[in-house]
Ligand binder design. Sequence first.
Ligand code: ADP
Length: 495
Amino acid sequence: MNILLATSEAVPFAKTGGLADVCGALPLALAELGHHVSVVLPAYRQTRYCGQRIEPLGIDFIIPIGSKMVTGHLLRSTMPGGRVPVYLVEQDQYYDRDELYNVDGKDYVDNCERFVFFSRAVLEAIRLLDLPVDVLHVNDWQTGLVPAYLKIEYHNVPRYENIAALLTVHNLSYQGQFWHWDMLLTGLDWKYFNWHQMEFHGNLNLLKTGMVFSDSINTVSPRYAQEIQSSPLGCGLEGVLQHRHDVLSGILNGIDPQEWNPETDPHLTAHYNAATVDQGKPLCKKALQQELGLPQEPGAPLIGIVGRLIDQKGFDLVAEVMQRWVQTSDVQWAILGTGQPQYHQLLETLAQRFPQRVALRLGFSNPLAHQIEAGADLFLMPSRFEPCGLNQLYSLRYGTVPLVRATGGLADTITGFDAQSPNPAANGFVFYEPSALALGECLRQACDAYRRPEIWKKLIQVGMHQDWSWSRSAREYVALYQKTMERAKKPQPAG
Ligand code: ADP
């Protein structure tokens, strides 16, 4: 099968979150299964420092954006390992910037234009590179226009007419909504600007556009695929998703077993596996405490948090619980992330007042993320919603017990321990109500269990023996690609 994956992020070329992890790992797993897969993404400033060799192809192209014509260039690279080709769309006015989508918390004002250009470039690249494509796999709002162009403008063009389109929604709360005049930038007829297709409450909505014109839609966990078909997690698009429920499914993300392997992880002081975790993990904990300036107390439960410090991730609950716990318990907190200023301030205040208990690093650091995964005892993810979540899967592999709220992919991957009715499949702690009270109670249970080695060791072993690698998910994607190709042969739902 020939697959072209279009994305705005992929490790190691560009990353702001889990989308990049998925788009970096899935192509390798598909290639491993014998499929031909290529990746196309913009050439950002950070792409230049990705460590992969990038070469110009000498292919220039011109894209109409509203009334102007904009030139771009194609560059070529490969994913690590050299088996998967990566094509980079170079257009420095759009992509040679400090950040991918926003700066100082504000979206770039021309984001619609930047991704209209990229979406059109994806389709032009197929022709210019003479790429055979059976399935065009697009991701999130940034590539939501690709299926629309495919079904409208390339409808009867020979090399495109048999291409099937799959949209993966990684997070429904980012929809790429722009004012209606940006419809002019797309070059598509105003007749598509209606509430069945591209319009959403008077705005242009690129994610909705992708949902309407794709042959299949999937999201990154079965639970999230259910949750988004109703309010509030449908974020206003629940009606569209209900309408297309017959082509909507969920496939759990996997993890890159090379990148996240405590036996070989180059960022760690000590290496370990399920058999040697009792020896290796305490050394990683000690090193983490030292690195973060926390007291080296081997018996104090060390809680790790890595991620975007935003409402979605439940940081209001964390802050409330921490305020109580830092004064009354020996729990230590290791927090790495960036996000909303109010959480920066709240956590900074706590870290300054209680340096013996709270270590905070505001920023993005891949090595420290790995060290927290290895050094922490518990990993906290009290998300209000979580399409899949990757950190809980990394935690399981690193023998760090996840404590999560039962939502989306967290609910699909973590089975809660219950002291009253022990379940042999338990691999973490789960709470339900999105409240500080429920989180605090769950944390109390987890800390009790931590002090009972026979329970704790069992939880670690169950998690470390589970297989969350991409090879499992990649097989499910192959089956979905096949279904998508069959659907593409049937009359189109729209366009
Ligand atoms: P989301 O995509 O919503 O941000 P995920 O859990 O799916 O959340 O994926 C987040 C990914 O980004 C993980 O690989 C996580 O380790 C990484 N990450 C997030 N914030 C940071 C940070 N500040 N430093 C290093 N890695 C981070």
